[in-house]
Design a binder for this molecule. Structure first.
Ligand code: HMG
Ligand code: MG
Length: 297
């Protein structure tokens, strides 16, 4: 049976830049965003509409969305609450991504709320999005493990998904905030969730913190998941999780997919050039590997 395409959402401008100590000027963000679209990325999580006190790096969210809209890519952005959802709708975001952690301690540190309190904020956000023609996605952080709690059970993940599903949300991203996923954990969680929530479409968001991000993608593909999130150059990390490091790297993922005969629609050499440009903008090395070694001859 032929495999489907591998669909990747680029999250470097959000998960990546939120973690940088330096503020990247808005025009440079827009340059990178346009470069991503030019390289063939059709889904870009471009920014967050969170409190600028929590994440000052993304204070220019509305300007970035304004400049990238209508250029052929679906633009997503994180929102933590109704205030963020209203800002995102106003800016013209196509898909709002509301995030809640599966573990209590990470949720508290990330959004200053208990999980129960966060679950209560889904309904007002879903109501604001309803009828706007925009999408609403759920992101469950610490779904594969938490840097404070340790193991996270499938039941804890399911509790958060249930809260979203009750408001009609069908698109769910499982976040591996600090790279605690392993192939058996990926397989077990994906199989259970597919069983419990057959109507939900899963996307996997791995961080390469322990060096097995792409191995976890292989486990996800084996479980039938075709949607992934990745970051240019392997940027990324949650500032509210100890020990957090970069997402899986988009060029490395696109390279692997190509070798496996999975279509991504992304031009690898354009993407490598863009990762090098991002490295120059940031002024420090990025962890991506194909950007350094180049593609196979
Ligand atoms: P709080 O202080 O408890 O909230 O923060 P508050 O409601 O009391 O508001 C405090 C101030 O922020 C007020 O302003 C609000 O108006 C303002 P003041 O009256 O003091 O001037 N405010 C906002 N401003 C702009 N946009 C908003 C907004 N909301 C309130 N949306 C809050 C709670 C959730 C706001 C804060 O903790 C926050 O913004 N946290 C963001 C955390 C974050 O961005 N984390 C990183 C992303 S998650 C992640 O990386 C994981 C992921 O990649 C998946 C994975 O890897 O697992 C997604
Ligand atoms: Mg992340």
């Amino acid at each position: 049976k032929p495999m489907k395409d591998l669909i990747t959402t680029e999250v470097g401008m959000r998960d990546g830049l939120q973690m940088e100590s330096r503020f990247v000027p808005t025009n440079e963000k827009i340059e990178i965003g346009l470069g991503l679209i030019g390289a063939g990325l059709r889904r870009i999580e471009a920014t967050s509409f969170v409190s600028p006190k929590a994440v000052p790096q993304l204070v220019d969210a509305a300007e970035v969305i304004g400049a990238l809209r209508g250029r052929g890519a679906t633009l997503a952005a994180l929102v933590p609450n109704l205030r963020g959802a209203e800002r995102a709708l106003e800016a013209g975001v196509d898909e709002l991504v509301m995030f809640i952690s599966a573990s209590e301690e990470h949720n508290r540190r990330n959004v200053n709320r208990s999980i129960a309190e966060s679950l209560e904020t889904i309904a007002p956000v879903a109501q604001a999005v309803a009828g706007s023609g925009r999408g609403l996605r759920a992101a469950v952080s610490t779904a594969f493990g938490c840097p404070w709690q340790g193991d996270v059970t499938p039941e804890e993940v399911a509790r958060v998904i249930e809260g979203f599903a009750a408001q009609g949300v069908r698109a769910v991203t499982l976040g591996d905030t600090t790279g605690m996923a392993t192939p058996p954990i990926v397989r077990r969680l994906c199989d259970k969730l597919a069983d419990w929530f057959p109507e939900v479409e899963l996307t996997l968001h791995f961080h390469n913190t322990r060096g097995i991000g792409l191995v976890n993608v292989m486990a996800g593909l084996d479980a039938g998941i075709v949607r992934y999130e990745s970051a240019l150059g392997g940027l990324g990390g949650c500032p509210f999780a100890k020990g957090a490091t970069g997402n899986i790297c988009t060029e490395d993922l696109v390279y692997m997919a190509g070798e496996m005969g999975l279509k991504t629609g992304v031009d690898l050499s354009s993407l490598i050039a863009l990762a090098q440009r991002m490295q120059a903008i940031l002024g420090h090395d990025l962890p991506g590997q194909v950007m350094k070694a180049g593609p196979r001859l």
